[in-house]
Design a protein around this ligand. Structure first.
Ligand code: SAM
Length: 295
């Protein structure tokens, strides 16, 4: 009897954490927006209320969540992503989550949200960390993820970061990353006021700041997979079904008021994940899962 009960409990917990419920995440983001609104943080509140789950993020979060199979016993490091996913993960799964970023901008807001959601510091910790030189002990995390972060680290910083991920992962642990994909390597620079972490990036002689690199298929191996010292478990590609011949993406044309329907647009425009970029008319995102060998 008790055996049957524990099997039932186990399978319902599995169901809860095995696949990301985007509708639930959407409602959760709205609640986060309401918490911020109630505390007078209008601008930040609007961000969550108008665009609860952004066009690309919903897809990337689903790729990471569904592959990670997070469990309450996990000790998880979130690099460069002290945002919605870490909060949701800490609350829904009950794992120990360390949300980090190179910049301290998030600590105040997320401390407020942690309190509003009734989470403890053990459940969700915030640390200012440079992914290229993490201060954590070796083998201290079961899972590490970085959603749309590595591409923003200039020079060889992305390789340094995956090397660090390899160091802090426990044997048997999993690393999950998403980065932009392009048929050939491509670096993009922007004006210094175009993105909030520009001060942590690298400025060119003309005053423009390194924003991101797009990874070719070869880059994924030479810059990320090989330097990590980890074993490749899975590599997948996602793209858009439209604007095949253009340098621009559908997402570039979405006006702010379209935020509430981003998940719907993502469903319509994004492809499913496939094993090879050659299978897509416009591959735009690579998802890489690596594991640390046990011996
Ligand atoms: C596009 S945002 C990431 C979005 C986020 N992961 C999400 O879930 O929405 C890129 C983030 O990477 C952070 N970042 C840039 N360089 C970093 C570094 N060397 N170490 C850690 N974080 C870094 C930036 O401060 C910024 O918060």
């Amino acid at each position: 009897m008790s055996g049957a009960l524990s099997v039932r409990q186990q399978s319902s917990a599995d169901r809860e954490t095995a696949r990301l419920d985007l509708a639930d995440l959407y409602l959760y983001a709205m609640r986060v927006g309401m918490h911020l609104l109630a505390r007078g943080r209008l601008k930040r509140a609007l961000r969550y209320l108008v665009q609860p789950v952004p066009y690309w993020r919903g897809l990337e979060y689903r790729l990471v969540w569904d592959a990670a199979r997070f469990t309450p016993g996990d000790r998880i490091l979130d690099i460069g992503s002290p945002k919605l996913l870490a909060l949701y993960l800490a609350e829904k799964v009950g794992a120990e989550v360390h949300a980090t970023d190179i910049d301290a901008y998030f600590v105040n807001e997320y401390t407020l949200l942690r309190r509003a959601r009734g989470l403890s510091e053990q459940n969700l910790a915030f640390d200012v960390q440079d992914g290229r030189a993490l201060t954590y002990a070796a083998a201290s995390f079961t899972k590490v993820y970085a959603v749309s972060v590595l591409e923003h680290i200039p020079d060889e910083g992305d390789s340094d970061c995956v090397r660090e991920i390899g160091r802090v992962l426990r044997p048997g642990g999993t690393c999950l990353v998403t980065v932009p994909f392009w048929p050939v390597s491509r670096d993009e620079y922007k004006e210094p006021d175009a993105f909030y972490w520009a001060g942590s990036s690298k400025t060119r002689a003309d005053g423009r700041v390194f924003f991101q690199r797009r990874y070719s298929e070869a880059d994924l191996f030479t810059r990320l997979i090989e330097p990590s010292g980890l074993a490749l478990d899975k590599i997948a590609f996602v793209g858009e079904r439209v604007l095949a011949g253009s340098d621009r993406e559908f997402g570039d044309f979405l006006p702010v008021p379209s935020g509430p329907v981003h998940p719907l647009l993502s469903r319509l425009v994004h492809t499913g994940p496939v094993d090879s970029p050659a299978a897509l008319v416009k591959p735009l995102c690579a998802f890489v899962v690596l594991t640390k060998p046990t011996a």
